[in-house]
Design a protein around this ligand. Structure first.
Ligand SMILES: CC/C=C\CCC/C=C/C(=O)SCCNC(=O)CCNC(=O)[C@H](O)C(C)(C)COP(=O)(O)OP(=O)(O)OC[C@H]1O[C@@H](n2cnc3c(N)ncnc32)[C@H](O)[C@@H]1OP(=O)(O)O
Length: 290
């Protein structure tokens, strides 16, 4: 982990911290974390690229690095927006790392779930403009990451899909995944899609409003930069207060019930029936491969 929670930015050889140069002048900076790369050029728009092969699963380590990266950017006055994408071909993120939810201790489940919550609270509540450049499939937790951004652009490949497919794994999306989903697509579409655990191919996701636009894959980053420029053309304070007004109730709900939500998750995931479902799902993934 190359990012640290606090401390002075360093300007040296090799990996550098995102920060400000002496005299407060913004610098180009790159942070070569092990699971994501992050760069902040003079434009004030950071690009965060997931790079955790094979499928960018959101492990405890990944989630921790993600949250620390967001915190760093949030606290950096030079940074006004972040584009989130993946370095892996065909995969944005495969969602929560299922191995973190299988055969582990209660303490581990507690720590893992707190990290999932933390990531979402930071991303959904970010003051920055957040644009997801979804360049591959994005099930469950991957979909949550994309939905937590202000705008989603997806590569128009119908082989790429996105959605909250938890029901297919025999598990239930927590209320704040559901709330985020409802805020993006509306109650009726969320209700049907969640119950069926649907993964929507890109064109369908666009039709449902789950992603805001589709573009050819090679144009994804260019379009993300253009959208970012459009959002950043407004005064930050007006945009930020409006964002807070739109998202506060949903964020507050998790903050108010955080410990209860952890307890629910730990109880639920510790059940033998749920462990069995998760193991069978992992087996199915392996079989599908061979
Ligand atoms: C009270 C609340 C309780 C519970 C709430 C929990 C909420 C849960 C949220 C989640 O996010 S659960 C995770 C949901 N994710 C999925 O269903 C995705 C599963 N994966 C896939 O569909 C595919 O892997 C893919 C992402 C489409 C990529 O396909 P591809 O063919 O490119 O790769 P392959 O399937 O061969 O996978 C490679 C390798 O990676 C392992 N893998 C895949 N996804 C995960 C994952 N989410 N966690 C852990 N490991 C994963 C897969 O098993 C393969 O491993 P192997 O090489 O060892 O066989």
């Amino acid at each position: 982990m190359l990012l640290s929670g606090s401390g002075k930015p360093q300007f040296g050889e090799g990996n550098r911290e995102v920060g400000e140069a002496p005299l407060g002048r913004p610098v180009w900076a790159a942070v070569g974390g092990s699971l994501m790369s992050l760069c902040l050029p003079f434009t004030g728009v950071a690009t965060m690229k997931f790079k955790s092969p094979p499928v960018n699963s959101l492990s405890l380590e990944f989630l921790t690095e993600f949250s620390i990266s967001l915190e760093k950017l949030e606290n950096n006055r030079a940074c006004r927006g972040v584009i989130i994408t993946s370095t892996l071909p065909k995969i944005f993120s495969s969602g929560l790392d299922i191995t973190e939810m299988c055969g582990k201790s209660m303490e581990h489940y507690t720590e893992f779930w707190r990290a999932v919550q933390e990531m979402w609270l930071r991303l959904y509540g970010s003051n920055m403009v957040t644009v997801a450049a979804v360049n591959g499939s994005s099930p469950a937790g991957g979909c949550l990451v994309a939905m937590s951004c202000d705008y989603r652009i997806m590569a128009e490949n119908p082989k790429f899909s996105i959605g909250l497919n938890e029901a297919q794994l025999g598990i239930v999306a927590p209320f704040w995944f559901k709330d985020t989903f409802v805020n993006v697509v509306g109650h009726r579409i969320a209700e049907r899609s969640l119950q069926l655990g649907s993964l929507h191919p890109a064109p369908e996701a666009h039709k449902l409003g789950l992603v805001d636009e589709l573009v050819p894959e090679e144009k994804l980053m260019e379009r993300a930069a253009a959208v970012m420029a459009q959002w950043l053309a407004l005064p930050d304070h007006a945009r930020q207060l409006t964002k807070t007004m739109m998202r506060k109730a949903v964020l507050d709900r998790l903050v108010a019930h955080r410990e209860e939500d952890i307890k629910n998750f730990v109880t639920f995931v510790s059940k033998e029936s749920i462990q069995k479902s998760l193991r069978m799902y992992m087996e199915m993934l392996k079989k599908r491969k061979s």
